[in-house]
Design a protein. Structure first.
Length: 398
């Protein structure tokens, strides 16, 4: 058998109804079935799951890789990615259904000329995890087939459609400002060349637990390879309803964001951590300008210095970082003994990668007070959150 053009990677556990609909939508693709494979990373090994796979075995090239380890969506994706053989890797969550011409459009519009690009698929009828779902009204595939056909024809309404019917109006990322590319790399539906994934080891970090952020950190690493991340106008799917506890998701999303920031400290990551993806894109250019202004001019920035003094952990927030400076250059700008330096993070402190009361003491330098209130207040709040003792603030001289 020749190498398939597409490998569709699906992480799976305990969503049999969603998986059935997703596979039904893949049987309806207009491209030849031999041109794509579906690789499922299944973190369960049950009779009902295997029976469902057998139902589709004569219509799809279906590969199942199973593990009985505790559920982790990144690990499930990694299981499948490592077995994929296609030229183009499509990461697709089990709660998505695709229109019949999805793969045809993806080839024609994004990969037909050998483009080296990461394409974000639009998610129709997704509310960005803002509402609890306690009961699911299961609909048959025929309902989604008709909805997808309307969307392909430009007559579908979906949730929040624009007056001109453009798909870009159906997914809020289509009308958002795109400044930080990786913030919108949600892996519910995304495609890129598989050899890019192999060359840069773009698997998912198992250090993320529970809901959220593992895909943004993956997208960040894609961005670091120099690969453009773009929104596909014709590349879309409809999001399927499933049970959701927003509060429980937030409880894991917050520490996951801090883990992300600890791995890749930078103004873009901290702003996304503090404000969220849409708000960070809207504010990022203003944030950079304000940081440069208070830090000393173009190319300058602010840093967080983590030091150990008499065996206790201390943070200094708002340390000026001269343009092009290396971490050791902050010694003359920070109020600590140079020999006690443990790390310098190139962030202003609107978000910090430390646990609540995780350091003994925080000192906020006068540079922070010159930031606009929307950023200054976030730095002060984070300083209070991570400090086990009262924060030293410049306006009090404490």
């Amino acid at each position: 058998m020749s190498t398939p053009r597409f490998s569709i990677v699906i992480p799976y556990r305990d969503r049999l109804d969603n998986l059935r609909l997703a596979l039904e939508s893949l049987t309806a693709q207009t491209v030849e079935p031999r041109t794509f494979e579906i690789v499922i990373g299944a973190m369960e090994d049950t009779t009902r799951y295997l029976d469902l796979c057998r139902e589709f075995a004569d219509r799809l090239t279906l590969v199942s890789v199973s593990s009985t380890r505790r559920w982790q969506v990144g690990q499930a994706r990694n299981l499948a990615i490592r077995q994929a053989t296609g030229d183009i890797l499509i990461l697709m969550d089990v709660d998505m259904v695709l229109p019949s011409r999805c793969l045809e459009h993806l080839e024609a519009c994004h990969f037909g000329f050998g483009q080296r690009v990461c394409v974000i698929g639009q998610m129709i009828d997704y509310d960005n995890n803002t509402v609890d779902v306690t009961e699911v009204d299961a609909k048959p595939y025929a309902y989604y087939r008709d909805l997808l056909a309307e969307l392909e024809a430009g007559t579908g309404t979906g949730t929040g459609t624009g007056t001109d019917g453009r798909l870009g109006d159906l997914d809020p990322r289509g009308s958002a400002r795109h400044v930080i590319p990786w913030t919108f790399a949600w892996t519910a539906l995304i495609a890129l060349p598989r050899d890019l994934v192999v060359a840069h080891d773009l698997t998912f970090d198992p250090g993320f637990h529970g809901y959220g952020i593992e895909d943004l950190e993956w997208g960040y690493r894609v961005c670091r390879t120099g690969t453009p991340i773009v929104l596909g106008r014709e590349f879309f799917g409809v999001h399927l309803p499933h049970l959701r506890d927003v509060a429980a998701n937030r409880r894991t999303e917050t520490p996951n964001y801090r883990y992300f920031l600890s791995k890749w400290p930078g103004l873009d990551v901290e702003l996304a951590c503090a404000l969220g993806d849409f708000e960070a894109n809207a504010a990022y250019q203003d944030y950079r300008r304000e940081i440069e202004r208070v830090a000393g001019g173009p190319g300058c920035s602010l840093g967080v210095v983590h030091s150990v003094i008499h065996g206790q952990s201390h943070l200094s927030l708002g340390v000026p970082l001269p343009a092009g400076s290396r971490p050791e250059a902050v010694a003359s700008n920070a109020p600590f003994d140079q020999g006690s330096l443990t790390e310098v993070l190139p962030i202003a402190g609107v978000a910090l990668p430390y646990d609540d009361a995780g350091v003994h003491h925080c000192l906020v330098l006068p540079t922070v007070t010159r930031l606009p209130a929307r950023y200054r207040d976030l730095v002060f709040a984070e300083a209070r959150r991570v400090s086990a003792t009262p924060v030293s603030l410049p306006e009090t001289g404490a």
